[in-house]
Design a protein around this ligand. Sequence first.
Ligand SMILES: *Cc1c(COP(=O)(O)O)cnc(C)c1O
Length: 466
Amino acid sequence: MRYVSTRGSAPILDFEGATLAGLAADGGLYVPESWPTLSRGEIAAMAGLSYVDTAVAVMRPFLGGCLSDAELRGLCDAAYGRFSHAAVTPLVQMDAKHWLLELFHGPTLAFKDVALQLLGLLFERFLRERDTHLTVIGATSGDTGSAAIDALAGRAKVDIFMLHPLGRVSEVQRRQMTTVLSPNVHNIAIEGSFDDAQALVKAMFNDAAFARRHHLSAVNSINWARLMAQIVYYFYAAVRLGAPERKVAFSVPTGNFGDVFAGYVAARMGLPVARLIVATNVNDILHRALSTGDYSCGSVVATAAPSMDIQVSSNFERLLFDLHGRDGAALTGAMRGFEADRRLAIPEKMLAGTRDLLVSARIDADEMSQAMRWTAETSDMLIDPHTAIGLAAARAADLAPDVPVVTLATAHPAKFPDAVERATGRRPSLPQRVEGLFEREERYDTLPATLAAVEAYVSERAVAAA
Ligand SMILES: *Cc1c(COP(=O)(O)O)cnc(C)c1O
């Protein structure tokens, strides 16, 4: 399997190269040269397989021989052995039509663990044979930071520097990052906003000499291996509900379009997906883009579902690549226009072909709270604000009566206790395995929001590339 950039001019890489590169050198994102397919028979044979065996069957075609099946299984065993539920991503029935796919049983209680636990192990495996060291740099408004730190803590040949805005992440989120004391983990509180932190990360990547010296790499969802790991649970859930004989719909709380794009790939691989519902909050650029072709940035409104408070969804470019007939030059033109004008009009002709698979919905704060209350009343369960947005969209969707709908439950409710309590009157408690969080020692440094300060900090601590 070879990987090409959505902008068409970066070097073609194998799976290992695409995993270590993250972003493509031409500013695009890596995608497989073509979508592999699984036959109905191969999908039917997944019935009854464990999560790890399903993962091997689904991911194998993307590796192009970079790892043997036994090696891949070993990495999946290690990654998913750290989940607290034997099913890894259990399906929970809510009523005759609605199901939740609980993706939050990993170490940091967010679905990002599913992909990042595997990515951390892939990095270590691929770096072992190379004479290189990676410096992973990221900015976080909460969930990604803790999941990435947990995945990379203590791994050989990788340092991770995670920037968060000082005083603007919740205490649980901060402690999940700052109580990890491994020497290769470096937490930085930036005196500024999340946008300042993200701008600093971008500036470090754009400083070519600095980026080369420290072998900078990213773990955000532009990394192909992360998306690949997320395809697995679409197969796992659909097969449990009767695929390939029965079609299943999914509703996905969406921010950067990574999770729902993994569902799109599952459908392209042959999984019979009735619908993929792209659920957004009031930051609805994706809903506008998919329903009317208006892909234009507004300003971000802070909501109770912060992981969906976005302006630009980086992974949307991967869908646009397919919509442009996989023509990298044409997409480069379109994206240059978008970067200059902050808007792109997607022709109706291009969107028409997606409508039998992708639909979208915009869910406001009232609809979100209502979904939390409905769940508490009908199932005696608490769900987090992101999951509630997915469920509200699922309940509003116009689907055939015999199609089950799976809403992806992307975070544990205890990560957002205030919003859950406001909506339901009940306060979710932290699961036992993270209970000691408030007693543990924290370690982080505070820096001004200047490139010079952050680069000096990284240079002092990162291992320079050979
Ligand atoms: C990251 C995140 C999302 C959005 O996922 P994308 O892949 O960015 O679309 C939704 N919910 C939660 C809890 C998240 O952490």
